[in-house]
Ligand binder design. Structure first.
Ligand code: TK8
Length: 347
C-alpha cells in the first residue's frame, strides 16, 4: 500500500510540474502555443552570406523592428555565413519548423516552387526599378502565394542583384570566352542550361562550398552580384570579372508557415511589415555601394571587362532556347503575365 501511495504521489508531482512548465519560457518557433498564446517566441533567421553583406544588415534591421514593435514578445536570433546550412537546407528547415526565417535567391527556391524559375530567365529585368515594381506588385504577390502549399510564407522580396561572372582563367568579353570554363552555378537547372548554351561547362553547387571550390580550382569561376563578389573576398581566388548582368536575382524573405500561423494577427502584421521595411533598406544598401565594390575589386587586383551591347545581344540569342524550354515548363500564361507586367512598368 505504502509503495502504491509513493508512486501515486510521484505521478501527481510530475503532472503538476509539467502543467507549470507549459505556460512559460520561450517557445522556439513553436506553433503549438496557438494564436492567443502569451508565450514569448523566438525567430531563428539564417542566411548564407557573411555579416558584412547588405542581406545580413537587412536581417538585423528586421530584428530591430520586430523586437521593438512586439515589446520583446518575439526575439530574433540572426545567423550568417551558412551557420545554419545552405539555402536548400535552411528552406527545408522552415518546412519542418526547426527554423523560422531564411532569405534564399529565387533560383534554389525554384526547386520548391518551379514557377519561380521565371525570375531567373536571363536578361529578364532591364533595371532594378522595373524589378522592384513587378516583384512588389500584383504579379510578384501571386508567386509568393504559391509558397503556402510548401509550408512557407513569402513576406517580401529583397535584392541579391544583377549577377556578374568571375573566373581565374581569362577575360570574358564575348560568349566565345565562356568556352570550356568550369563555372559554378546555383542549384538550378535553368542556370545550368543557360551556361551550357553560352559554351561554359557549368556545375551546380551550394553557396557554402563555393569559396573552397574556387580556392582548390575545382571550378574556374562563378557568378554573383558585385556585393557578394567583393564582400565574400572572391578577389582572393579570382582574377577576372565581367559585367554580364545576365540575371537579376531577387531574394525572397521566407517564414515557416507553421510558425507564422501560430502568431497573433497583430504579430503577423508586424513581421510582414518589418520584412517589407527591412527589404527597402536592404535594397538601398545593396545598390548604393555597387560602384565602390567594382573599384575596390580592381584595387584588389581583379581585371574588369566591360561587355559591349553587341556581345550582350549575342548572349541573349544563345540563351533563348533555354528560356523557351522553361516557358513551356512553367506555363506560357504565367510567363506572359510577367512579361506584360515588365512592359507595363517600363513605359
Ligand atoms: C547565399 C546565396 C547566394 C546566391 C548563390 O545564400 O548561391 O550564388 O547568389 O546569394 O543565396
Amino acid at each position: 500500500m505504502k509503495r502504491f501511495l509513493t508512486v501515486l504521489l510521484a505521478a501527481i508531482m510530475v503532472l503538476a510540474l509539467a502543467a507549470c512548465g507549459s505556460d512559460s519560457g520561450d517557445s522556439k518557433g513553436s506553433a503549438a502555443e496557438g494564436k492567443n498564446s502569451s508565450a514569448k517566441k523566438t525567430i531563428r533567421g539564417g542566411i548564407g552570406l557573411n555579416d558584412s553583406h547588405p542581406q545580413y544588415l537587412g536581417l538585423l534591421k528586421f530584428k530591430e523592428i520586430v523586437e521593438e514593435k512586439t515589446n520583446g514578445d518575439i526575439t530574433v536570433e540572426t545567423y550568417h555565413s551558412g551557420q545554419l546550412g545552405d539555402d536548400r537546407t535552411m528552406t527545408e528547415a522552415l518546412q519542418l519548423g526547426s527554423q523560422e526565417v531564411t532569405i534564399p535567391s529565387t533560383a534554389p527556391l525554384a526547386n520548391f516552387v518551379p514557377e519561380f524559375n521565371v525570375f531567373d530567365f536571363p536578361f529578364l529585368f532591364p533595371s532594378e526599378e522595373v524589378a522592384d515594381k513587378v516583384l512588389d506588385g500584383e504579379v510578384g504577390q501571386k508567386f509568393l502565394d504559391k509558397l503556402e502549399s510548401q509550408n512557407l510564407v513569402g513576406l517580401a522580396y529583397w535584392e541579391n542583384g544583377f549577377r556578374d561572372v568571375t573566373n581565374s582563367k581569362h577575360a570574358i568579353a564575348t560568349a566565345a570566352d565562356f568556352k570550356g570554363l568550369k563555372l559554378r552555378t546555383m542549384e538550378n537547372d535553368l542556370h545550368l542550361e543557360a551556361f551550357r548554351a553560352l559554351g561554359a561547362n557549368p556545375t551546380p553547387m551550394a553557396f557554402t562550398e563555393l569559396f573552397t571550390a574556387m580556392q582548390q580550382k575545382t571550378v574556374d569561376g562563378q557568378e554573383n552580384p558585385l556585393a557578394t563578389i567583393y564582400l565574400q573576398k572572391y578577389y582572393e581566388v579570382q582574377s577576372h570579372v565581367s559585367n554580364t548582368h545576365h540575371v537579376y536575382s531577387p531574394f525572397v524573405f521566407l517564414m515557416s508557415k507553421s510558425f507564422f500561423d501560430g502568431l497573433t494577427e497583430d504579430q503577423q502584421k508586424i513581421v510582414r511589415d518589418a520584412a517589407v521595411e527591412a527589404g527597402v533598406y536592404q535594397r538601398q544598401l545593396n545598390r548604393e555601394a555597387n560602384e565602390k565594390y567594382l573599384a575596390d575589386l580592381q584595387e584588389a587586383g581583379i581585371t574588369y571587362t566591360e561587355i559591349t551591347p553587341e556581345a550582350r545581344e549575342e548572349m541573349v540569342k544563345l540563351v533563348q532556347p533555354a528560356i523557351d524550354k522553361y516557358t513551356e515548363k512553367i506555363g506560357k500564361e504565367t510567363v506572359q503575365e510577367v512579361f506584360d507586367a515588365i512592359e507595363a512598368v517600363s513605359k
